[in-house]
Design a protein around this ligand. Structure first.
Ligand code: PEP
Ligand code: MN
Length: 361
């Protein structure tokens, strides 16, 4: 199914050459004063789109779960008194109806909601006939199909002003980021839906304000369109996600340090050199495919041999030795251990699949 997009009239000024598009504001609306103070500081620094969570999906109960609908009049004040666009998370039909009553301009679906097709469908049904931009965060698990499914459900309700938010993915155990960015997943989303604007949420990827710049820069280097950054007038005192929030002034500074590179260049000479290099890459990839194809033909022969002699497919000792040898070899060629393990695991799996097929013939 293709997604129907209407991006010309996206509610916020979407100037493709003027990246990044920024949504800023607190993780949660906490008090009227905090909402207004943060909004004033953002407005003074030129920000136009104000985010604030009203209903918060917290991992554990008995923590601050958002102020609920009593915070909606505060967002209305931000819109009316400061002329900013307002954005909030909706996770069920009731949130949609309440937020619409207070003129919220943009909705987003949180990562836990995107992972739940029942919830997404309920929101889609509530949005039927409403014209409002909807931003959809990636699901908590690294599943691009589930993410696309959420776009399809909301799109089928008639919403054409859509954008994606990349906020990273849950991992088990300790990891460097709060949510692993898995950049390949938003890149795949963009490959499948090329016109869909893509924003990165460095706050929820990092979980730590000191890492925000690096992740924001990476998003810009990948030509993503925008950023949604948690911003609080007093970050350390925030009731949720304190360690990842920054002040409006820090956000301004962070943005001023970003290096924005162009996706395409007009200069014919530079483009030609780039094309030459790309041709070299294409040639190498062709050769790689040929070599891998030939390698699999050998695997097929091994499969025949193992079948004839009644030997198991998996030979753990051989696989261990092979991998260690490839890691050492890769190191000499400047290839990381992590990369070699991933590549050879995939090759080994494909080889097992080939041998299994031969065995079953
Ligand atoms: C948020 O943006 O405040 C939020 C709860 O995000 P996520 O759904 O990405 O966890
Ligand atoms: Mn948050």
């Amino acid at each position: 199914m293709s997604i129907q997009l209407d991006l010309e009239q996206f509610v916020f000024e979407r100037v493709p050459d003027k990246r990044p598009l920024v949504l800023a504001g607190p993780c949660s609306a906490e008090t009227e004063e905090q909402v207004m103070e943060t909004a004033h500081q953002l407005k003074e620094r030129g920000f136009k789109i104000y985010r604030a969570g009203i209903w918060k999906p917290r991992t554990r109960p008995n923590t601050f779960e958002g102020v609920g609908k009593k915070g909606l009049p505060w967002l209305k004040r931000v819109k009316e008194e400061l002329g900013m666009y307002t954005a909030t998370e909706v996770a069920n039909a009731n949130h949609v109806f309440e937020a619409l009553k207070y003129g919220v301009d943009i909705f987003w679906l949180g990562a836990r909601t995107t992972a739940n097709p029942f919830a997404v469908q309920e929101i889609a049904d509530a949005l039927n006939g409403v014209e409002i931009p909807v931003l959809i965060k990636n699901p908590v698990n690294p599943d691009v199909e589930l993410w696309i499914g959420a776009f399809e459900r909301i799109n089928q309700a008639g919403i054409k002003k859509l954008a994606a938010i990349h906020r990273g993915f849950s991992t088990y155990g300790k990891s460097f980021y709060r949510n692993d960015p898995h950049w390949q997943i938003p890149i795949e989303l963009k490959r499948q839906i090329p016109d869909l604007p893509l924003l990165t949420d460095p706050s929820h990827i990092c979980g730590d304000r000191d890492l925000l710049f690096e992740v924001s820069q990476k998003a810009m280097d990948l030509n993503f369109e925008g950023l949604i950054v948690e911003t609080h007038c007093n970050p350390d005192k925030a009731l949720s996600d304190a360690s990842q929030q920054i002040t409006p002034e820090s956000l301004k500074q962070l943005l001023s340090k970003l290096v924005l590179r162009k996706a395409n260049i007009d200069n014919a000479v530079i483009m030609q050199s780039l094309d030459d290099l790309r041709n070299q890459i294409d040639t190498f990839d062709d050769r790689l495919m040929e070599i891998i194809g030939n390698r699999m033909k050998v695997a097929d022969k091994i499969g025949v041999y193992k079948k004839k002699n009644n030997i198991t497919i998996l030979q753990s000792t051989r696989w261990n030795e092979l991998l260690n040898q490839r890691i050492q070899n890769g190191e000499k060629k400047g290839l990381s251990e992590d990369f070699i393990i991933k590549v050879f695991r995939a090759i080994h799996q494909e080889s097992i699949n080939h041998q299994t097929k031969v065995m079953n013939e």
